[in-house]
Design a protein around this ligand. Structure first.
Ligand code: SAM
Length: 166
């Protein structure tokens, strides 16, 4: 497989997972967290799929996205996740219905440390039954690992659902 084939597959898988998650939360009120703005591709996709009524809060240490894909200031948590995520989790405690984390770099050890931190810092924000989609393996206590949408190779992305309230 060429590097172009591989990049296309990765992006198709990401889009399939995002589309699945957006459909799954339709009709469920609550904000969405987008961890890692990057160039704004997935933020823009979420925004177009979810519509203006859905609040999407974006987390990024340094904004370098396409100018059309920068969230409004009041929906941007600017800074390191280590500082912004615990604060945001307290502000949106138990209400977030979807979190998407696309945060990995080429450093596997750093990715593992970041995934461990995000797993514990994100948890208090999540609503019962919330979905979490990530490029990294997360460890969310009590969460179920869901099958990826059809056509997405196992391990390419990670999809979790936290328990519903009893
Ligand atoms: N989903 C994005 C897109 O479609 O354009 C790409 C995201 S890119 C792979 C990862 C982003 O996460 C980078 O912009 C990086 O700055 C951000 N990031 C990684 N670790 C972070 C941290 N600890 N705090 C804040 N931002 C972080």
């Amino acid at each position: 497989m060429s590097r172009l084939d591989s990049a296309i597959r990765r992006l198709e898988a990401q889009r399939a997972c995002l589309d699945f998650a957006c459909e799954a939360i339709a009709g469920r009120p609550g904000p969405v967290f987008e961890l890692g703005l990057g160039n704004g591709r997935t933020y823009d996709h979420l925004r177009s799929r979810l519509g203006e009524a859905r609040a999407i809060y974006v987390f990024e240490r340094k904004v370098a996205a396409h100018p059309d894909c920068i969230p409004p200031d009041e929906r941007l948590y600017l800074g390191d996740f280590a500082e912004t995520l615990p604060r945001a989790a307290a502000e949106h405690s138990g209400r977030v219905v979807l979190a998407h984390a696309d945060m990995g770099s080429g450093d596997e050890a750093a990715n593992a440390r970041l995934a461990a931190f995000v797993s514990q810092a994100l948890a208090p924000a999540l609503a019962p039954g919330a979905l979490v989609l990530s490029d990294q393996t997360l460890t969310l206590e009590g969460a179920e690992t869901l099958d990826l949408p059809q056509g997405v190779a196992p391990g390419r992305y990670h999809l979790y659902r936290v328990p519903s309230a009893v």
